[in-house]
Structure formats: structure tokens, C-alpha cells
Design a protein around this ligand. Structure first.
Ligand code: NDP
Length: 294
């Protein structure tokens, strides 16, 4: 059996096109332009690449991008002051602080200073709490995109056994909450889980968010399962060049799974598309307009 490849790139492109349509409608019908402020501290090359691709996607969707680059040595008070200004700026409907932040800055304090209505990353304790008690909220982008991809294969996740490997605040925990909200039976695994392979073999949906290259082997996969690989790991490739691989041994797993996301081209593109969707939703809510029909 060869797994169906879940084409995150194409699914994200389709979502972005629908978002762009809604943005155009918002502008012409209501004179409102969604705007996202991205705060980048320091010059980490990977973060700079992410921020550039986010800004490009925003502009392509017809939104405004406000990039704020701060030096590596900036103090916490200056970052908090900038967030305060962005919270008060009506042209800014969403605020994203690129993580990680340098050690002199308390990330949780910065996240908590963002207006929850503008928290398009969904990391503010208010949005985390709303998600956990089942109220509408801004949902973290990578988990949101991961569940959307699973639902392209199986639209109803009610009653399925979902196994999540990873319990981070950014991916593992929120993805588990979203699966629970879809009525899946959810198991969350982490570095202390006993016999991880056996737990994974019970999964109808397996979501890997570990940060370890090709950690999940083919014989951990239940035949026919949906495998969503969140991992992004840079490893040495052929000819001294580096390449990106996921947390799942793709070649092995795709011989057993029913459907699988590739890396790259799976969850990654969905993260940005969901960021645009969150920015659009935040804009509508702040302008007292109905939520977009997406
Ligand atoms: P973290 O390092 O914050 O969390 C990793 C999780 O994996 C932890 O909960 C950890 O357990 C668990 N883990 C580590 N080793 C093992 C093990 N041997 N067995 C079982 N569980 C283990 O990572 P993130 O959640 O931030 O990211 C996970 C991956 O997703 C990374 O590759 C990251 O690059 C990628 N990512 C991709 C995104 C995208 O857009 N596609 C966005 C965000 C992240 P414990 O809690 O016990 O330490």
C-alpha cells in the first residue's frame, strides 16, 4: 500500500486564495484592510526567513504587513512598549512576536501583554483558556493547520483514536485540544511515555511534533492511519548540502499509512495560511463584522 500524499502546499494555496477573496470583499464593502504586525528581535537567520515569508504571504493576500525589527540586545521594557503601541493602533488587527526571544526578555510576559483580540498566534493565556473550555478563540496556527489537513482526508474525526507526540504549548497541547473538540479520543505522548511505538500503533491519526529527525518509524504506524508530520529538522543531505526532514521516517511510513503529509510541503505552508486566516478573523471581530465564511 502507498499512502495518499496530503498536499499541504496546494491546500494552503487554495485557502490563501479564498482568504484573499474575503480581504478584497472587506476592502470594497467596508473599507477595512487587515493588518498584521510582526515583531522580530535579533537576527536569527531562520526567524528572518519565516518573517519574510509571512510578510510576502500577507501582501499577496491583500493585507498590510508592519514589520518591526529590534536589536538582539533590546530590553524587555522596549518590547512591551512597542506591543502597547501596536495594541492601540487601529490599523493593526493582529500582532505576532517571533519566538524564541533572547534570554533577557520574558517571553510569557511579552505574550501576556498582547491584546488577546489581536493575538493571532493564539498563545495568550486568555486564548489558551478559551480553547480549553470550548469557547471561540484565536487558535495556534500550526495545530489549526494540522487538524485541517487531517480533515481533508477524514472530515469527521469523531471517535477516532488520535495520538499526539509532543506536549509543547505551541503544537502538542493545542493540537490535542483541537482534536478533542473534534470528538477524537486523544492520547498525548512525550519523552516519558512508556513504549511509545505500541501507543502509536493504536493511532488512527498520528500527529508527530517532536523535533527529532525521522524518529517515528514505519512499523509504529497502524495500516491505513493518517500521519501528520509537524517536524522541521535540518539534516546533512547529499553532496554536503543540508535538507529538511520531518519527525517521521517518510519512506517507511508512507508504505503503511493511508495518508501522510510530506516535509517540506505539508504542515509548514498551512501554518502561514492559518496565520492569514486568524488575521482576517481578528479584523472582522474588531470591526464588528460577521466572521468570514471560510
Ligand atoms: P518542543 O521541543 O517544544 O517539544 C517537543 C516535544 O516532543 C516535547 O513535548 C517532548 O517531550 C517531546 N519529545 C522529545 N523527545 C521525545 C521522545 N524521545 N519521545 C517522545 N516525545 C519526545 O518542540 P515544538 O513543539 O515547538 O516543535 C516540534 C517540532 O515541530 C519541531 O521539529 C519544530 O521545528 C516543528 N514545528 C513546525 C512548525 C511548522 O510550521 N510546521 C511550527 C512549530 C514547530 P517532553 O515535554 O517530555 O520534553
Amino acid at each position: 500500500m502507498t499512502a495518499k500524499i496530503i498536499d499541504g502546499k496546494a491546500i494552503a494555496a487554495d485557502l490563501r486564495a479564498r482568504i484573499a477573496g474575503e480581504v478584497a470583499r472587506l476592502k470594497s464593502a467596508h473599507g477595512v484592510t487587515p493588518g498584521l504586525a510582526v515583531v522580530l528581535v535579533g537576527a536569527d537567520p531562520a526567524s528572518e526567513v519565516y518573517v519574510r515569508s509571512k510578510s510576502k504571504a500577507l501582501v499577496e493576500a491583500g493585507m498590510a504587513a508592519f514589520d518591526h525589527k529590534l536589536p538582539e540586545t533590546v530590553g524587555e521594557a522596549d518590547v512591551l512598549a512597542l506591543i502597547g503601541k501596536l495594541n492601540a493602533d487601529p490599523a493593526v488587527s493582529g500582532i505576532l512576536v517571533q519566538l524564541p526571544l533572547p534570554s533577557q526578555i520574558d517571553s510569557q510576559k511579552v505574550i501576556a501583554s498582547i491584546d488577546p483580540d489581536k493575538d493571532v498566534d493564539g498563545f495568550h493565556p486568555v486564548n489558551v483558556g478559551r480553547l480549553s473550555i470550548g469557547l471561540p478563540s484565536l487558535v495556534p496556527c500550526t495545530p489549526y493547520g494540522s487538524v485541517m489537513l487531517a480533515k481533508t482526508v477524514q472530515p469527521s474525526l469523531a471517535g477516532v483514536n488520535a495520538v499526539v507526540i509532543g506536549r509543547s504549548n505551541i503544537v502538542g497541547k493545542p493540537v490535542a485540544q483541537l482534536l478533542l473538540a473534534e470528538n477524537a479520543t486523544v492520547t498525548i505522548c512525550h519523552s516519558r511515555t512508556k513504549d511509545l511505538a505500541a501507543v502509536c500503533r493504536g493511532a488512527d491519526i498520528l500527529i508527530a511534533a517532536i523535533g527529532k529527525p525521522e524518529f517515528v518509524r514505519g512499523d509504529w504506524i497502524k495500516p491505513g492511519a493518517i500521519v501528520i508530520d509537524v517536524g522541521i529538522n535540518r539534516v546533512a543531505g547529499e553532496g554536503g548540502k543540508s535538507k529538511i526532514v520531518g519527525d517521521v521516517a517518510y519512506a517507511e511510513a508512507s508504505r503503511v499509512a493511508g495518508a501522510i503529509t510530506p516535509v517540506p510541503g505539508g504542515v509548514g505552508p498551512m501554518t502561514i495560511a492559518c496565520l492569514l486566516l486568524n488575521t482576517l478573523r481578528a479584523t472582522c471581530a474588531q470591526s464588528n463584522l460577521p466572521a468570514p465564511a471560510i
